[in-house]
Design a protein around this ligand. Structure first.
Ligand code: PAF
Length: 282
């Protein structure tokens, strides 16, 4: 496995591999790997000849009062884990490499996908994500790029960018990886105290409760959202940010579940803002 820090080095590597007809997979990450990241890399390794994993904590997708400065970082540990997963290249650029002086272009997806869920709670977040992912896709030009279903809205936004800008990359969705008690894996779980960590399972439990209710025939969206919100609010260490339910994958507002629907939640546990989601089927 090699570590590259500049766009030109990556571009030269990819040119060389493509001359040899190798297929390329890209796994964009912000590092501090957990099993969720490793499942993206393992899938990429199974499906592609050469896999590039980017590690870049992208300042453009953090709001002014968010956790950019404290976001966990450990490049040495990440290098070992990526190597173990069979990754060929780590691309770990600096801020000035990604956003050199004069940088002045952003990619922003329309409101239909971005004015709700995390998009409404984190203004500018998805423009930051879309911009950095567009850059990474243009630098690596992968055949396939891998993203976790845990960030369901991000996945839909990126699929939109790739379709709208005619990018020649297949976006591969990978299921959420969970701890034994259901908590979705996240680098931000490291912020949790043991008490908050125990409390955080309420997110998964409330989603499962909603799934059970839908199975029993409950279809009314306000009722299901209220049930999930009540469950989360019962947990004293949780501060609910949102519970929302939309048609999937178009994220249209609905009153009743009649087809696939995305139920998504976000809550603070201390300074950790955690998200989770589930796809419900009528
Ligand atoms: O999901 C993430 O870790 C980030 O949003 C991504 C896709 C790497 C872009 O910075």
């Amino acid at each position: 496995m090699i570590l590259l820090k500049t766009c030109v080095e990556v571009q030269n590597y990819i040119t060389e591999q493509k001359k040899q007809n190798k297929t390329i997979g890209l796994v964009p990450t912000m590092g501090y790997f957990h099993q969720g990241h490793l499942s993206l890399m393992e899938k990429a390794v199974r499906q592609c000849d050469k896999v590039v994993t980017s590690i870049y904590v992208n300042p453009l997708q953090f709001g002014p009062r968010e956790d950019l400065a404290s976001y966990p970082r450990d490049l040495e540990r990440d290098l070992g884990l990526a190597k173990g997963a069979g990754v060929d290249v780590i691309f770990a650029p600096t801020d000035s490499e990604m956003y050199p002086q004069g940088f002045n272009t952003t990619v922003s997806v329309g409101e239909e996908l971005t004015d709700k869920l995390c998009g409404s709670k984190r203004p500018g977040h998805f423009t930051g994500v879309s911009t950095v992912v567009t850059k990474l896709l243009n630098i690596v030009k992968p055949h396939k790029a891998y993203f976790g279903q845990k960030d369901a809205q991000q996945l839909l936004v990126i699929k939109r960018v790739v379709a709208d800008l005619n990018m020649d990359t297949e976006i591969v969705a990978v299921p959420t990886v969970r701890e034994q008690d259901g908590l979705a894996m996240s680098s931000r779980n490291t912020y949790l105290t043991p008490e908050q960590r125990a409390a955080a399972t309420v997110l998964y439990q409330s989603l499962q409760m909603a799934k059970g209710a839908v199975k029993e025939g409950r279809r009314r969206v306000p009722e299901i959202c209220q049930m999930v919100a009540d469950q989360i609010k019962k947990e004293p260490l949780a501060k609910l940010d949102y519970v929302e339910l939309y048609s999937y994958p178009h994220l249209k507002s609905i009153d009743e579940i009649t087809g696939p629907a995305l139920l998504a939640v976000a809550a603070f546990f201390g300074k950790a803002r955690l998200i989770d989601n589930i796809i419900l089927e009528a």
